[in-house]
Write a protein that binds this ligand. Structure first.
Ligand SMILES: Nc1nc2c(c(=O)[nH]1)N[C@H]1C(S)=C(S)[C@@H](COP(=O)(O)OP(=O)(O)OC[C@H]3O[C@@H](n4cnc5c(=O)[nH]c(N)nc54)[C@H](O)[C@@H]3O)O[C@H]1N2
Ligand SMILES: Nc1nc2c(c(=O)[nH]1)N[C@H]1C(S)=C(S)[C@@H](COP(=O)(O)OP(=O)(O)OC[C@H]3O[C@@H](n4cnc5c(=O)[nH]c(N)nc54)[C@H](O)[C@@H]3O)O[C@H]1N2
Ligand code: SF4
Ligand SMILES: [Mo]
Length: 765
């Protein structure tokens, strides 16, 4: 290398625009580690981070588009207040914090803090906001919260709560090592949900000893590479799953030793499966009986089997029952606590809470699951004469008016709130309806992390470093919540003492922290902001990571051996402190826990330590399948619409700028050729979709991957976005203008978005 080349290299190294900054993609729950190059405030290049412990350099094509999130034209730059005439005025942070605090405290003092609801708390890549909000909720006495999990996953977590004793622990699939990967209503080729998804799928596909089983009416990208594609009729998975389980019983494929030693309830459950008329259930779900039996044998005979369900069965008829049956597949075959099976990982923070049996939201009387109010109950809990109705709401990092069923109903209900506060990075549909909009800085402008990771035998955590200065007047949520707590007069005693100690040394901080939190329960209750204000100050731009100190403390008490096995040294508080420092330093993320698969059994929380298979509440519904016929199309609504497919062209509501898409720019309606011909539409021609709640138009994408009678529209379209001239335009169909709040699971209230009855009309021209 010549001298000039060496010089060129070192100037490159020093130039921030030429450096690679480590962070993560925030567009889906996989949160792949990435490295980015920047130019000014633009992210100009993106590549996978090979040092990331989970993604190891993997990204999908969407990861390259994160700049459209970072530099959206409708990003918020300062606090906004809604004026009498409905327009927004920019106000100072001091005014915003004071007025929001006064309004919410006013509701608390007049009606009670339990009349304020908190919604959201994090999206696909950011879970610190929900953690910091806890301090505000404590100050206000807020009792009820909800988020997107309560429109998809709470039924599944409730089932796991029955199995394992608590709803906040769940078993995750070990697809990396499995011999049989089973996907039910899930298309991981596009939706991911586990690290390096496409590499893992390809590895299984290319190994003749390993199998992929998919339940999906559509020939999804995952179904296309599967060994068994069970092409169920939409909404009939309960019959298909019951038939598979019944086959396992019928053909003696169950793991009786596992069921006897590790589970209770098999004696009660077994007869329910013996009753199943397999050939009749096969008819009802539209699959050959022999295909069902073959899939059951593949699953049961595999050395290991791991399975995941997703929206295709959660947002469909028999939602919670589906989750029970799906999760029985791995238990009947003894695939728990084993390599390639299902395991309960150690986590630094749970992704949801736990509700006791019988807990309800008081206005609607609907069940609370995982500590959350069901999303579909929210409008009725606000827009009612009931004295306990919700009057105030904080929405953070979520866009419920667009993402929850029946947007019209949500708009009406939210209009009845005395005060709606939205904390977001962008001007969303929900923010437009708010009284106050508080601008957060983006996930590339602050320390952030996701709590989704749930891997075994090693689990990882990634605290990302900020890459940019906050845009305009935006703040991290940690700061917003701390200011709100202070303005509400809720700051716990001892924060100053903690701050002084943190400045002195870590040892002094740990000593003071232990002493004060034992003396003062209020400090524990508002721990997140107390940590941020004290320890956070000594961390500089990593301040918002301070909340993880609390998690590190808890983890070091719960699973010290697993932390040490991951390479962190020490004992007690020293181990906690070392873990915290290691997390801060690991720019690509780190493995924080390593433990044997068999330790999954130790994490079961039932009193007897066994897995409880038999779920009384779902027995009647299971038995009812025998006499029930799947709902059939009507003349008025002959089609089943998948309202909200998660495609390569969708990233929830995280990117609002439609120009990020290279394909499927308009969000096509996928339709089978036979159906297209029948309604008289050609490829690309516009089709009107009519449901009982609304209508919309989209271009047709004619494809025989769709089953006859089923059509689909993508999720994450139909957001309002300004063009270069500032004119606001809506791009594609906002699917929740078409969905109905009333079509939902009886138990978890999960909406039937994958099963919306629709009529289609070709739009001339
Ligand atoms: N690219 C991309 N990835 C994402 C997201 C995104 O927006 N875009 N969002 C993330 C989020 S929040 C989530 S929850 C996941 C969701 O991820 P998925 O659940 O995988 O996504 P969907 O496309 O909604 O549904 C999956 C499959 O269900 C099928 N399906 C429809 N009806 C039925 C039925 O009756 N029975 C069965 N068995 N299947 C049916 C569909 O044909 C589809 O292939 O994706 C995550 N990843
Ligand atoms: N009909 C139908 N509806 C659906 C679905 C469907 O399949 N069909 N899918 C559903 C599913 S599974 C999900 S998970 C939900 C998701 O719906 P939401 O819960 O609304 O979540 P996201 O779409 O991820 O929106 C995230 C919000 O966070 C904001 N944001 C991004 N970064 C930050 C940040 O750093 N701080 C703050 N404060 N805000 C930030 C974004 O601007 C955006 O407004 O949608 C659901 N809606
Ligand atoms: S969209 Fe998901 S899978 Fe793709 S790069 Fe981003 S985090 Fe990874
Ligand atoms: Mo989701």
């Amino acid at each position: 290398m010549s001298q000039s080349e060496v010089e060129a290299l070192s100037t490159e190294e020093l130039d921030p625009t030429k450096q690679w900054h480590k962070t993560a993609c925030v567009l889906c729950s996989a949160n792949c580690g990435i490295e980015v190059r920047i130019d000014g405030r633009e992210i100009t290049r993106v590549r996978g981070d090979k040092d990331h412990p989970a993604s190891k350099g993997y990204t999908c094509e969407k990861g390259l588009r994160v700049n459209h999130y970072q530099n959206g034209r409708d990003r918020l730059t300062g606090p906004l207040k809604k004026m009498e005439d409905g327009t927004f005025q920019e106000i100072s942070w001091d005014q915003a914090i004071k007025e929001v605090a006064d309004r919410l405290v006013g509701i608390r003092d007049t009606y009670g803090g339990d009349k304020i609801m908190y919604y959201g708390g994090g999206g696909q890549g950011n879970h610190f906001p929900g953690a910091y909000a806890r301090s505000v909720l404590q100050t206000l006495g807020v009792q009820y919260r909800s988020n997107a999990l309560a429109q998809e996953k709470t039924g599944m977590y409730w089932v796991q709560g029955k199995f394992f004793g608590r709803q906040d622990i769940g078993a995750s699939p070990d697809f990396h090592h499995t011999d049989c990967a089973v996907f039910i209503g899930k298309n991981p080729w596009h939706s991911h949900g586990f690290p390096e998804a496409r590499n893992v799928l390809n590895a299984i596909k290319n190994d003749e000893d390993r199998k992929i089983v998919v339940f999906d009416p559509r020939v999804s990208e995952t179904a296309n590479i599967s060994d068994h594609h069970l092409r169920v009729k939409p909404g009939t998975d309960a019959w298909a799953l019951a038939a598979v389980l019944a086959t396992m019983v019928d053909e003696g494929l169950t793991d009786e030793k596992f069921l006897k030693e590790q589970c209770v309830g098999w004696e009660a459950l077994r007869p329910l499966l013996e009753e199943v008329d397999i050939s009749d259930y096969a008819r009802k779900c539209g699959i050959d009986e022999e295909q069902i039996r073959a899939a059951a044998r593949t699953m049961a005979n595999a050395r290991s089997m791991a399975t995941e369900e997703d929206l295709g069965i959660e947002m469909a008829p028999h939602s919670t029952l589906n989750s029970w049956l799906q999760r029985l597949l791995y238990l009947l075959t003894g695939n728990f606590g084993n390599e390639g099976g299902m395991n309960i990982p150690n986590r630094l923070a749970p992704i949801c809470g736990h509700s006791a049996d019988g807990a309800t939201e008081p206005v609607t009387g609907t069940p609370l699951l995982c500590g959350l109010v069901a999303c579909a109950a929210i409008p009725d809990a606000i827009d009612t004469e009931h004295p306990d109705r919700f009057r105030g709401m904080i929405v953070e990092s979520s866009n419920p008016i667009h993402s929850l069923p029946d947007s019209k109903r949500f708009r009406e209900a939210f209009a009845k709130l005395d005060c709606l506060v939205v904390i977001d990075v962008a001007m969303t549909e929900t923010a437009r309806q708010a009284d106050y909009v508080l601008p957060a800085c983006s996930q590339y402008e602050k320390a952030e992390a996701t709590f989704f990771a749930g891997e075994m035998p090693s689990n990882y955590f990634h605290i990302r470093q900020p890459i940019f200065e906050p845009l305009g007047d935006t703040l991290p949520e940690a700061e917003i919540h701390a200011r709100l707590v202070e303005a509400m007069g809720g700051e716990p005693e001892g924060v100053q003492e903690l701050t002084d100690a943190a400045e002195e040394s870590r040892e002094a901080f740990v000593e003071t922290f232990t002493r004060l939190s034992a003396e003062n329960p209020d400090l524990g209750a508002k721990l997140p902001t107390a940590l941020y204000r004290s320890l956070g100050r000594s961390l500089g731009e990593m301040g918002p990571a301070a909340v993880m100190f609390g998690s590190a403390m808890q983890a070091s008490m719960r699973f010290p051996d697993a932390i040490r096995a991951a390479g962190v040294k020490g004992d007690g508080l020293e181990l906690a402190s070392n873990l915290f420092d290691a997390l801060l330093e690991a720019k690509s993320g780190m493995v924080f826990s390593t433990s044997e698969y068999s330790t999954s059994f130790d994490r079961i929380k039932t009193p007897d330590g066994k897995i409880h298979l038999h779920i009384e509440e779902l027995v009647e519904e299971l038995q009812g399948l025998a006499s029930e016929e799947p709902a059939s199309p009507t003349d008025a609504y002959p089609f089943v619409l998948t309202a909200g497919e998660h495609r390569g062209s969708t990233v929830n509501d995280v990117i609002r700028d439609p120009s990020w898409r290279k394909k499927d720019k308009d969000g096509a309606l996928r339709i089978n050729p036979v159906d297209a011909e029948q309604i008289g539409v050609v490829d690309g021609q516009r089709v009107r979709v009519i449901t009982k709640r609304g209508e919309a138009e989209a271009p047709a994408d004619i494809t025989d991957t769709m089953m006859e009678g089923q059509v689909s529209l993508p999720h994450g379209f139909g957001m309002e976005y300004p063009d270069e001239t500032g004119e606001h335009k809506i791009h594609g169909v906002a699917v929740n203008e078409l969905t109905d709040l009333e079509d939902r699971d009886w138990l978890a209230l999960t909406p039937h978005h994958k099963h919306v009855r629709a009529r289609l009309e070709a739009v001339p021209g």
